[in-house]
Design a protein around this ligand. Sequence first.
Ligand code: NAD
Ligand code: UD1
Length: 332
Amino acid sequence: MNILLTGGMGYIGSHVAVVLLQAGHRVVLYDNLCNSGIGVLARLEQITGKTPVFIQADVRATKTLADVLKDHAVEAVLHFAGLKAVGESVKKPLDYYANNVEGTVSLLEAMLDAGTRTLIFSGSATVYGDPHYLPLDEAHPLSATNPYGRSKLHIEEMLRDLSVADPLWRVVCLRYFNPAGAHESGLIGERPMGVPNNLMPYIARVAAGELKELSVFGNDYPTPDGTGVRDYIHVMDLAEGHAAALAWLVRHPGWHAINLGTGQGYSVLDMVAAFTKASSRAVPYRIAPRRAGDVAACYADPGKALRELGWQARRGLLEMCGSAWKFQNLGA
Ligand code: NAD
Ligand code: UD1
């Protein structure tokens, strides 16, 4: 298939590109590089031996995007482009609505213009808000606690409205839990700009000696060891989930939401222990106050992905930590 990945040079998009290129698809990466670097392209070539098309442009450039969709006879779009830092979204909400919501409207207009109506959207488990029950299935009530989460929720609703209005659309919102790790080569991975907000990239830099210690945000949660519990999913499992969703979507018109998680929760201290083991380095930490907006525990019911897509996560914590450590030393 001819497939366009908006935000395809970023962390998740680049791993999905590897899986799609290796499966023989023709891939167009469309990215304005606001949170990624051109070096990713050479790394993708090194891993796959194939050269994806790269277009440096913004998803809000509707005409450019429509032309690219037509020029490359694109049959499906995977929409990763967007901003994703929760704290920043609270300070600059308009940036998030402009990039994420307006960016998606622009993409949908371009797709309509080009006659492409198959879309996979990068959703987030953040749309479940504070869990009413665990594990989280797709029927759990939706809510948002910050502008980033609200932008994800608005986009899901917009996509559903569109599918109701025009039954020719095929849309799946994949709700990611906590993506972690890197490609096994260590050549691509997560490279946040500045000091990382998220746990895994922060731990990697502490292990490397670039940051002094990890602050564990709270050890008085109602969890087995008192620290926050999350569903960490290997980014390559996540990438394979996209390939499975794409194959499935061809046979399933309409709007769908599917969790991509493992169903297994791990605490912050579990992650510290796993990273220490995988890297053979110490990860010093101190207990700090809870972070505002954090929930005690969040993990998926991954049953729908298995039933519908025939997909489930296969890789464990050590592979997540080992590959993240390899990327820290080789790729970052
Ligand atoms: P990322 O920042 O590494 O990748 C996003 C890419 O999109 C970057 O390469 C960036 O340059 C590009 N981009 C941003 N705005 C753009 C625009 N207006 N036009 C063109 N390109 C643009 O982030 P990621 O971790 O790969 O996340 C990908 C998607 O998955 C995002 O939509 C994010 O909200 C969602 N998501 C990520 C996580 C996570 O933990 N990483 C969790 C849930 C959902
Ligand atoms: C965060 C976002 C979520 C977003 C996701 C992926 C918040 C409140 N939520 O999820 O909306 O979809 O990232 O981008 O920001 N932790 C520490 N010390 C640290 C960093 C994290 O103890 O330095 C703990 C957190 O308290 C949490 C766990 O590690 O218990 C995971 O945190 P993080 O990686 O930031 O992910 P989420 O908060 O789950």
